[in-house]
Design a protein around this ligand. Sequence first.
Ligand SMILES: Nc1ncnc2c1ncn2[C@@H]1O[C@H](COP(=O)(O)OP(=O)(O)OP(=O)(O)O)[C@@H](O)[C@H]1O
Ligand SMILES: [Mg+2]
Length: 1078
Amino acid sequence: MAKMEVKTSLLDDMIGVGDMVLLEPLDEDSFIDNLKKRFDHNEVYTYIGSVVISINPYRSLPIYTPEKVEEYRNRNFYELSPHIFALSDEAYRSLRDQDKDQCILITGESGAGKTEASKLVMSYVAAVCGKGAEVNQVKEQLLQSNPVLEAFGNAKTVRNDNSSRFGKYMDIEFDFKGDPLGGVISNYLLEKSRVVKQPRGERNFHIFYQILSGASEDFLCKLKLEQDFSRYNYLGLDSAKVNGVDDAANFRTVRNAMQIVGFMDHETQSVFEVVAAVLKLGNIEFKPESRVNGLDESKIKDKNELKEICELTGIDQSVLERAFSFRTVEAKQEKVSTTLNVAQAYYARDALAKNLYSRLFSWLVTRINESIKAQTKVRKKVMGVLDIYGFEIFEDNSFEQFIINYCNEKLQQIFIELTLKEEQEEYIREGIEWTHIEYFNNAIICDLIENNQTGILAMLDEECLRPGTVTDDTFLEKLNQVCATHQHFESRMSKCSRFLNDTTLPHSCFRIQHYAGKVMYQVEGFVDKNNDLLYRDLSQAMWKANHSLIKALFPEGNPAKINLKRPPTAGSQFKASVATLMKNLQTKNPNYIRCIKPNDKKAAHIFNDALVCHQIRYLGLLENVRVRRAGYAFRQAYEPCLERYKMLCKQTWPHWRGPARSGVEVLFNELEIPEEEFSFGRSKIFIRNPRTLFKLEDLRKQRLEDLATLIEKIYRGWKCRTRFLLMKKSQVVIASWYRRYAQQKKYQKIKSSAIIVQSYIRGWKARKLLRELKHQRRCNEAATIIAAYWHGTQVRREYRKFFRANAGRKIYEFTLQRLMQKYFLEMKNKMPSLSPIDKNWPARPYLFLDSTHKELKRIFHLWRCKKYRDQFTDQQKLIYEEKLEASELFKDKKALYPASVGQPFQGAYLEISKNPKYKKLKDAVDEKIIIAEVVSKINRANGKATSRIFLLTKNNVLLVDQKSGNIKSEVPLGDVTKVSMSSQNDGFFAVHLKEGSGAAGKGDFLLSSDHLIEMATKLYRTTLSQTKQKLNIEISDEFLVQFKRDKVCVKFIQGSQKNGNIPTCKRKNNRLLEVAVP
Ligand SMILES: Nc1ncnc2c1ncn2[C@@H]1O[C@H](COP(=O)(O)OP(=O)(O)OP(=O)(O)O)[C@@H](O)[C@H]1O
Ligand SMILES: [Mg+2]
């Protein structure tokens, strides 16, 4: 089963293109644009195939952390975005796993970041290789050699604050497991002229400043130094302080590093003594002194400094003083001494300082090598790291630049050779046909410099060794003769007329067209520097020093080993060491880091197109890409290729079961990629055009998006489904729990209800039972009580007579009986009269008979009244009835009434039947006369009274003239509606007649009688018995009477008594009739 593993690629999230081989179109502009784009996005590394281009970011980027180391560890080169760690990892793994020695070639101009790159490589390898106490110590020593060498070999220049002023090649040795065993460092040509003189704006080597700022006062005193930089002539003062560099702290680092690397304390002490001596040498000054023989002679101005130097180095002061004044030339066993003039003395001083320092530096390298060299003799695997000074073009270029640039030519040469070789080898290995590639081969320039017969170095040596006067000019002349025809050599003196008129080329210069550009060299100093002479007197003086280190630095000063043969010149020495280096490199698998400087200002974020363009030109990077792309731009092993693109074809997705190669074939066929666009190698697929690759990438990206959507879809579906299932499951659980709970609740409720009902029923039953029982008990008790009472009664009844207790009661009852008997007997005797109006009644004898007494009185009275009534005759009865009637009608209403009570009602006051006067009247009235009386009739008009006889019969009221006995008016009783009278003591009354009746024509009657009460009573009774209607009797002091048509008000007022008791009537107006009552 294929392992699920996330494979990444360089092609993922690329900014621009990560590998220049994929650049489309490929030209200088697009090349620079791509670098710039990446640089702007902090991508400082870019590949050309397996070559790493590194642009100095001039600021610390967070891309070198331990996490990054882990990220790049054991990953394939093209798997992640370009990084120096990828190259380091690739180199280290192929060294460890494939047993191939490696070299890492770091090139680029000054300040491009070579030294930093070499340190990054070393630290990466140190981080990923084996661990353990011993291994760690070796690693630490290897890493700590850097600060020591940088302190002594680096200096601030205008181009770089930490410029390496020597070339360095370090072989790191590993055992078969890949654990570091040790290392060997080779150094190349220290720029020793810097010791005595530095260009404007530059400094001497760091160590001088570090000692002065970092050493304790004690230590300085021991070294006879002072802290003040300005005290020393050799220290360039205008830029003694470098921004961002702490010399004092660095001094401590260096001392610490020296200790780690394994320097003994006395060795460290000696090293600093030599450094101090060099510094103090610069302060020795000379003055001219003329001698008798006319020869110029120099003399040391102030011998104090010399004395101190001698004390420091243990040299005899006189010996050194002499060495600065004389020069001994030995030839054929003859010694000739000549004096030195001031200039020569200064030359000697500077030569000594330069030699002391450069030899000290070489000694340091040797000493470090001693410490870090592998302890075992087993076969070692080697990784070489080359950090050599970059190609240099200054305004004034001298011998040093010439040497440096020669070295860079050689490196370019080896780069071309090895890249082409590798490319070719790969084609052969993979069985792909090789096509020839056009590129610039700088072998011709190398030949111009190093050719053993006609090369510039050979000629310089020849000139130096030639007897006779040798000057730089003679050297230039020679050059002009020999190299004039060379394509890459330019000089005004050359026979070739091309440059005769070229004013940019001074006469004292020659120009070489290096692969990296034209460089003009000042010929001045070439011979001297190549000779690198130190007067023998000086080296001998040094050898004589009582200082083991200095003695060791000048072995040629030993007179016993005197060697008259000239030492090899600097040029030839360098050529030889470069040749060795090249040989060494050719045996190894090369890895290239090509450093580029983005600007001249040592500033971050600035990308100077012109400067970069220049660098990529001379580094031949475009050629590099072309070579790499010749034929096929891109290649990839089958496995990663299939892994990356398998999703583009149904047969290969998701798994291809067969071999990777056939998988790729199927894939490419399916995608219909034209056949000329690719080729199948043995282990790799070769793609001719970057376009094809980008097409594949586009397809892949699109497909990935589709796949991502698919995965997302499936994942979402899965997620929803699992969630749904989970929810469903949960729902079932919850529902079951809830149901259980609900049922439980319901059951509890039913149960408690049942219990309640049950308890009520039980209670009810119990109560019923209780009631029954209680009832039964009460019945029993009642029966018992009744029985008891009954028995009691029986017994009491039987025995009562025998009890005295009943005597009181009997006596009481008897007494009462006796009292009542007595009462009734007494009452019989005391009875009052039988008159109903007798109010007497005997007093009550006993209180308890009160009600009986009253009742008796009432009964007696009623009985007496009855007795009285029973005596009446019918006549009397009638009279009393009438009297009773009168009482009911008038009592308390009419003031006249009380007087009437005592008068018996006679009725017929006029005995009509007996009086003959009324014979006719008697005849006219055949009915029984009830009332016959004389009344006064009031004249309606004036109120005057006239007498009339008033007759009341069973049916009529008659008014009869008293004299004649003629009937004046006859009114049937039915026509009398009302009788009105006053409440006063008068006999005045009005008889109201029914309206419209026959008698009513003249109106109502106004009459006055002495027997008013009797008359009114009889009229009432007769009307009632005849008409069965109650006559209305109105008693009021003001009433209305009908006179003909008028209604007249009769008003009673208080009158005078002049007419006796008779009221007087007066008609006041036609509405009012006043009656004055006396
Ligand atoms: N990868 C990097 N990250 C951050 N800063 C860097 C990096 N590389 C170089 N630099 C900066 O650039 C400066 C110069 O780099 P370096 O000393 O490596 O240059 P060089 O190529 O060795 O120059 P020379 O040829 O003069 O020795 C360093 O001191 C450092 O400040
Ligand atoms: Mg450097």
